[in-house]
Design a protein around this ligand. Structure first.
Ligand SMILES: C[S@@+](CC[C@H](N)C(=O)[O-])C[C@H]1O[C@@H](n2cnc3c(N)ncnc32)[C@H](O)[C@@H]1O
Ligand SMILES: [Zn+2]
Length: 306
């Protein structure tokens, strides 16, 4: 059973302004919750769903099997433009990114995303690339510090990285429990009140393993040129680091001008290419947060191509 409750479902679908004859991409199909709502609004339109996780692809295919005009493809979303080219799709009306991991991935112990259950330290959303164990056992202390600091603002980044390097010299770190315990040991008692000490380190490693920030940056860059004028990009983020990145990338498209801020006048003459659909990011209402704790940190940002 694939279980995942879609976040900001109606807000996102409304913001995409689905046209029944449009071509849409759900770049993060997961359990197919958002995809399903898009699919029901199409008549002659088409929906291309992507997910890098073969288990999600299977679940989304099941969920969408009644719709002839939907297809689910196993791919990283940074390759959206290539996938569409292969399908001979030249332009799209809208695309959605519901970032991060699904509840299914988090709750499947063997995937190694969670510090609550003991499992091999994997954390790959797909089945390619290095695992978290490989990073933890091979990167230098400086590289690990950087990951913990940049991807999660971990205040004890350096201390934890040193402890990892010290520990792995005696015995490789292979499991979620080994890592969670090591991180907890690095935390002073008085900081242990703010949730599990390993939360940030696990988030940071997951981002590094899956190159999550590179993926979304490249995806928006490569998809924007094939978005129709009036077409929309919707992104749901779940933590401040990815949200800041999307906010900046959207702001740059809406500003157009790329001149350094200290230039007195614009010399690049670049015009704005998009506009913000909402003044502020959309967040979950009280009721949704009550029903689904994961929605607490969700932020929806949407731009429309001019
Ligand atoms: C939050 S879930 C999406 C849930 C979905 N919107 C729903 O309603 O069921 C995120 C999904 O995106 C996938 N994903 C994350 N990063 C990806 C990437 N770079 N390329 C492709 N899929 C990715 C994950 O494997 C996961 O299944
Ligand atoms: Zn300029």
């Amino acid at each position: 059973m694939f279980s995942h409750t879609s976040v900001l479902l109606h807000e996102t679908i409304d913001a995409l302004q689905i046209r029944e004859d449009g071509i849409y991409v759900d770049a993060t199909a997961g359990g197919g919750g958002h995809s399903y709502e898009i699919a029901t609004r199409l008549t002659t339109g088409r929906l291309i769903c992507l997910d890098r996780d073969p288990e999600a692809v299977q679940a989304a295919e099941q969920r969408l099997r009644a719709f002839q005009n939907c297809q689910v493809i196993c791919s990283q979303f940074s390759k959206t433009a290539q996938v569409l080219q292969q399908l001979q799709i030249k332009q799209i009306d809208g695309i959605l990114f519901d970032l991060g991991v699904s509840s299914h991935q988090l709750d499947t112990a063997r995937r190694g995303f969670s510090y609550h259950t003991n499992a091999p330290l994997d954390m790959r959303m797909g089945n390619t690339g290095s695992t978290a164990a490989e990073l933890v056992n091979t990167l230098s202390a400086d590289a690990l510090t950087d990951i913990f600091y940049k991807y999660a603002d971990e205040r004890f980044a350096s201390r934890i990285a040193q402890a990892i390097v010290h520990r792995r010299a005696q015995q490789p770190i292979q499991t979620t429990a080994q890592l969670a315990e090591l991180v907890a040991d690095c935390y002073p008692q008085r900081f242990k009140r703010d949730g599990h000490p390993a939360r940030k380190v696990f988030q940071a490693l997951r981002i590094a393993v899956n190159d999550e920030l590179g993926e979304i940056t490249r995806a928006i860059e490569s998809v924007f040129p094939i978005l129709k004028s009036g077409g929309r990009i919707a992104v749901i983020t779940f933590h401040s680091i990815e949200d800041r990145l999307v906010k900046q990338q959207f702001a740059a498209l809406c500003r157009g001008c790329t001149c350094p801020p200290d230039f007195p006048v614009c010399v690049c003459k670049n015009k704005p290419q998009a506009k913000q659909v909402f003044k502020k990011p959309v967040t979950a209402g009280e009721q949704e947060v009550l029903e689904n704790n994961r929605s607490r940190s969700a932020k929806l940002r949407v731009i429309e191509k001019l």
